[in-house]
Design a protein around this ligand. Structure first.
Ligand code: ZN
Length: 499
């Protein structure tokens, strides 16, 4: 086996994946709904081909040959081999029947979840959820290599090397810190007004404002495009084709604007992975948490800063006629960082968001590392909302039925969002050591910020693990104090808390 044969096989796998990605984009943007059955057939066929190759004789042979003799491998091939080998070893022992059983259970559970949502009744989802949990437990037995807890195994599917021991510690610090900030805001803060955020802003006006801004933030329109969808996402098809989607809301314009600022963070990351990794599995993000840190760097760090909006608000005003003519800058800026406990995760503000994640983390841990009856989950869910957010869901729809993840068998995914928050802020403070970020945001060129992220995160793709990236970029391992410091800085300013 020669290196060239290995790279050729990786390329063919990648070509299939590019086709699948394009089909996925099309299904979520412009495909006629009637085409659904035909589309599933094509996607199923190509995924099958892809899986055959990924677990096929050439990859098997490459792992065997190059694990013993890696001298002839280039840096790119070595990085690719590491990823391929990990995936292969993780999945090769799993019986095909179990994978088929899982796919069926997931699709049944997703349908049950949708029915349960319609009827606002968790019990219609309970059995299917129990099946998803049971099958995941069977998979854990195959995935597990060492003395990890069952939940650690799930976490590592999304965030390599992360452990519940680390998360227990950082999440308890975050919960305490956020609760303290919320108390201070309640006792000493002044609520911002937010009424004008619901004023009508036409999609055409929003686009005029946001498209040039995305380009300033580093998103390259010559290698991307933006389309409308229901659930926004960013999708890297190849090095020169990274697409964003958005949902616009003319009566809550900030939702669409910040949504796109977020997706552009994902997109800019994918566009700036070193081109040498193209056609290999290294040309992707390092983990879900690192990917989310790049979108949140845009949304949480940059779009929370006064300096950013000081420059952008007048531009927004020129594109929105007289809509905000009577709103002074200070009021506008403060309205964006209004905080209010919400029952729904995706509607949460940046101060309370992480609490929603901690709740899900604790419940998932209970499911996989502890003992719990599925029937008891709604009660546990509601109790935790009362404990962490001080509000209690009155029905399943605003409680345990709100997220799609468990219905798809995605357990261990939620912590990635909170890791993204922490990584983003930790990166910000490290960047601040080298760059005057507010100075850059006041200027006409944001490129020093993008370049810093390319240098420390983007270019590496999946060639480094999350903890390596964070340590190298910031000089220390994951530390929740930066997120807390950031939230305190922004919210004390907005709520005019005297220090
Ligand atoms: Zn995201």
């Amino acid at each position: 086996m020669k290196q060239a044969d290995f790279l050729q096989e990786l390329k063919e796998i990648d070509l299939l994946k590019q086709s699948l990605a394009l089909l996925e984009w099309d299904s979520s943007t412009g495909m006629p709904t009637a085409a659904n059955t035909y589309r599933s057939e094509v996607a199923g066929f190509l995924s099958g081909k892809c899986f055959e190759k990924e677990t096929g004789p050439i990859i098997k042979e490459a792992i065997k040959t190059f694990s013993l003799d890696s001298d002839q491998l280039s840096e790119v091939s070595q990085a690719a081999l590491n990823i391929v080998k990990e995936e292969y070893e993780k999945n090769q022992a799993i019986p095909n029947e179990l994978m088929v059983k899982r796919a069926k259970a997931n699709s049944r559970a997703n349908a049950a979840w949708q029915r349960a949502r319609k009827e606002n009744n968790f019990s219609l989802f309970a059995d299917a959820l129990a099946d998803n949990i049971q099958i995941t437990k069977e998979l854990i037995a195959y995935w597990k290599k060492d003395e990890k807890t069952a939940y650690d195994v799930l976490l590592n599917n999304y965030e390599p090397d992360m452990t519940t021991a680390v998360l227990d510690d950082v999440f308890s610090q975050l919960a305490d810190g956020i609760t303290k900030i919320r108390k201070t805001l309640k006792n000493k803060g002044t609520e911002p007004r937010t009424d004008f955020l619901k004023r009508y802003v036409a999609v055409s006006q929003q686009k005029k404002f946001i498209y040039p801004l995305l380009a300033e933030l580093g998103y390259d329109f010559t290698r991307g495009r933006i389309d409308d969808t229901i659930h926004p996402f960013a999708l890297g098809i190849n090095h020169n084709d990274v697409r964003l989607t958005n949902r616009w809301n003319e009566n809550d314009f900030i939702q669409g604007v910040l949504g796109l600022v977020h997706e552009a963070g994902h997109g800019t990351y994918e566009q700036n992975i070193a081109q040498k990794y193209e056609y290999t599995p290294v040309h992707k993000g390092a983990s879900m948490g690192i990917h989310e840190s790049q979108s949140l760097f845009n949304e949480l760090v940059i779009a929370s800063r006064r300096a950013f909006w000081q420059k952008q608000y007048p531009i927004l005003q020129t594109y929105t006629a007289d809509t905000f003519k009577d709103i002074p800058f200070a009021d506008f800026y403060r309205s964006l960082k209004h905080s209010k406990a919400s029952l729904i995760r995706i509607e949460a503000d940046s101060l309370t968001y992480v609490l929603h994640i901690i709740i899900r983390y604790e419940i998932e841990k209970l499911i996989f590392n502890g003992e719990v009856e599925v029937a008891d989950l709604p009660q546990i869910w509601n109790d935790k909302y009362e404990e962490y957010l001080g509000i209690r869901p009155t029905n399943d729809l605003e409680g345990i039925l709100q997220d799609v993840h468990w219905s798809q068998g995605d357990f261990g995914y939620f912590p990635s969002y909170a890791l993204g928050y922490m990584y983003a802020c930790q990166l910000y403070y490290a960047m601040q050591e080298e760059i005057n970020v507010d100075g850059v945001l006041a200027s006409s060129y944001y490129s020093p910020i993008t370049n810093w992220l390319i240098k420390h995160i983007h270019q590496y793709g999946a060639s480094k693990k999350p903890n390596e990236l964070i340590l190298a970029a910031t000089g220390e391992k994951l530390n929740p104090k930066y997120l807390l410091a950031y939230l305190e800085e922004i919210y004390f300013d907005v709520y005019q808390v005297e220090k």
